[in-house]
Design a protein around this ligand. Sequence first.
Ligand code: FE2
Length: 290
Amino acid sequence: MKENVQEILQKANNLQYNFHIAIKVSKLLDDDNASINDLSKLIEADQALTVKLLKHCNSAEYGFSKRVTTVKDAIARIGFKILKTMIFTIVSKSSFNQEIKGYGLEKGDLWRNSISCAVYSRYLAKLIDYNDPDQAFTAGLLRDIGKLILHEYVRKEYDEIERLVNKENITFSEAEEKIIGLNHCQLGALVADKWNFPQILIDTIKYHHNPEKAEQDECEDMDLLRIVHFADYLTVMLGYGIGKDSMLQEIDMDCVESLGPPLCNENMESLISDIVNLNPEIEHLISNLE
Ligand SMILES: [Fe+2]
């Protein structure tokens, strides 16, 4: 089935179309010479995005006493980092909020799952004093982006993948790689690389189910990867939009515990109740982007 790989990569180009503004905003934010003017011009060229961005900025979450009425004003108030996560969240919806048949996900499931993973990632990042919680949000949001393309192939090969999982006692993503030629993590990383994402984001997408492999490959930012690995597990555990593959992945608790005392086994019970308390934030984000 490895002849599929070229065809699959070709399909990644179609996905780029949906994300093109977010990619441009992301690039502009990495440019030290970028100004609020440049950013607002880019965003205002997309009317639907502008409306959603202003609506989101005016939601109770930000609590601005004076209404935000222009993109320039929005950027000045929320700052570049939040702007980036907001734009990615808004543009992701059209791609993630659809039926993903190969993974047994109904319309809305992958969207809810991705938002949950993003919110949990940001929470965990703050808990361990990770230096960029907003980056953790984006990494959690996009970690399964490869599924958007790979699901068609998983659908065709599902019986064979499941057979291999049982026969060889391997994880779903390992079986995906053996049968299709690459798994959703590797595909997502290729997409992120093509979009010139920072290396730490590419690595997080690539290894979110296999942090031990990232250690072998000496990835630059293991903490971000561990955060997303654990947030992915929590999302499945709490039943947020889980698919056919979710129960066939593994959690590496040693890797999670290496994030420090807040994530040690003894603190797990209180951590889980704190995580459950994030549900209203997830619901708010989802309904605010309707
Ligand atoms: Fe995944």
